[in-house]
Design a protein around this ligand. Structure first.
Ligand code: BMP
Length: 453
């Protein structure tokens, strides 16, 4: 079983906790919102969750297990299957006919029941549920909870003599999300303020629009791509990870009208030829008004990169409008990319990437200060002077079996303030490539407009 932090990050991908401004049932404005129900739809996560919860306490003392309806029902069921503790079901309301039972299942008076709850807030709902179980002659001493919202519920139950075992606290998950760059200091400060019982003020910093970015951009490629975005009402970059010149040109022709740039991995084209591949590609780029982005991810010393950039078979310097480069070789390694724009690889979308918070901080210093760099590839927010390119975008899939991890356009524009989405298989693997490109273009543009409104 993965450790708690890794497990939480897996759960987080299912959108179980959102940050922003939410009006709770009580009318109070909260800076975060928790909903663990989506976890029940992922069998692997549900099984792991059951085991994490079961591992929190010795089980010898329990004869039964019961989830507080409804969110904890699948959790208690999974825990029952993993531990062989028999499940009983607590109804929300007693049946109006027949047995009028409130508790369903097989049990006898005097048995000890482990209670399962998804989220504990004030603790009031647990204090209503527990007596209903106890009234049936079943003992309740312990409650396992997936997430403690840190609003006094645990303490209230403990003051009544119940033991509460929580898998995660809100403070703990905020710490994890900060470490991973998903939460900024001011968001954490707001959450702490809220948890201290204060009324929080929401002054969300607005992201910059393309026009505003254009006004502050001095790199010519940044200006070009931002201009194309506003002209075509598109923030879509199609990743052309295809293997032949014919496929590349077919794709470029079909997606051309909908994209701001076509991203290539030119070294995977088996029949590459400057005349037959690049000249027609450039003609299509001109016809449909898009840029050519070569995703070479240079990662060497400056001298070698210079050779790789200008020489060899591909002669990238002759045709690419902009390239991607790692910054692992240091500031000066990027000097060779004159006349093109550089998008620095700051963080990667794949599982287990080594681009952790420290790496990204250091990489960002280079990206922000190097005149050839106008943007970054990242899964985190970037300073607004840089243009953020986000790959790992797919409307239908959460990932592949090779470590790729996907988000939706809505997520990346709202939460990361992405400027351009990069979509590969979501488009080129589609049965109708043009329709798919149009769909991503519309979804991306709507998500962008929502994020600036
Ligand atoms: P797809 O949407 O099919 O997963 O393709 C994503 C594309 O973006 C690939 O070409 C990949 O090389 C690139 N990419 C990525 O997926 N994650 C990163 O962090 C950086 C990338 O350049």
């Amino acid at each position: 079983m993965e450790n708690k932090k890794e497990f939480f990050l897996e759960c987080y991908k299912h959108g179980i906790i959102k940050f922003g401004q939410f009006t709770l049932k009580s009318g109070i404005e909260s800076p975060f919102y928790v909903d663990l129900r989506p976890l029940a739809s992922d069998p692997k996560i549900l099984k792991n969750l059951a085991n994490h919860l079961l591992n929190m306490l010795p089980l010898d003392n329990f004869d039964l297990i019961c989830g507080v309806p409804y969110a904890a029902l699948p959790m208690a069921t999974a825990m029952s299957l993993e531990s062989h503790l028999p499940l009983i079901i607590k109804r929300k309301e007693a049946k109006q006919y027949g047995t009028k039972k409130l508790i369903e299942g097989l049990y006898t008076k005097g048995q000890n029941c482990l209670l399962v709850e998804d989220v504990i807030t004030s603790g009031k709902s647990l204090l209503e549920t527990i007596p209903e179980i106890e009234n049936e002659g079943i003992n309740v001493s312990d409650v396992v909870v997936v997430l403690d919202r840190g609003q006094g519920g645990k303490e209230l139950l403990e003051s009544k003599g119940y033991r509460v075992h929580t898998l995660f606290t809100i403070q703990e998950v905020c710490g994890i999300l900060k470490e991973e760059g998903h939460l900024l200091d001011d968001e954490i400060a707001r959450i702490n303020d809220f948890l201290a019982g204060n009324i929080v003020k929401f002054e969300e910093k607005k992201r910059l629009s393309y026009e505003q970015k254009l006004a502050i951009s001095d790199h010519s490629v940044a200006q070009k791509i931002l201009t194309i975005a506003t002209e075509k009402k598109s923030n879509l970059i199609a990743s052309a990870d295809v293997l032949t010149t014919q496929e590349l040109l077919d794709l470029a022709e079909k997606v051309g009208p909908h994209i701001v740039a076509l991203k290539t991995h030119i070294d995977i084209i088996s029949d590459f030829d400057m005349q037959k591949t690049i000249l027609p590609l450039q003609a299509l780029a001109q016809k449909h008004n898009f840029l050519l982005m070569e995703d070479r991810k240079f990662a060497d010393i400056g001298n070698t990169q210079e050779l790789q950039f200008s020489h060899g078979v591909y002669k990238i310097a002759e045709w690419a409008d902009f390239v991607t480069a790692q910054v692992i070789g240091g500031f000066e390694s990027l000097d060779c990319f004159r006349n093109v724009g550089v998008v620095a690889i700051l963080g990667m979308s794949s599982k287990g990437t080594l681009t952790d918070a420290h790496y990204q901080e250091e990489a960002l210093k280079i990206a922000e200060s190097h005149p050839n760099v106008f943007g970054g590839v990242s899964q985190k927010k970037l300073p607004e002077e840089l243009i953020l390119f986000t790959p790992g975008v797919n409307l239908e899939s959460k990932g592949d079996n090779k470590g790729q991890q996907y988000n939706t356009p809505e997520h990346v524009f709202k939460n990361l303030h992405t400027d351009f989405i990069i979509v590969g298989r979501g488009i080129y693997k589609s049965t109708d490539v043009e329709k798919a490109a149009l769909q991503y273009k519309i979804e991306g543009w709507n998500a962008y407009e929502k994020s600036i409104s």
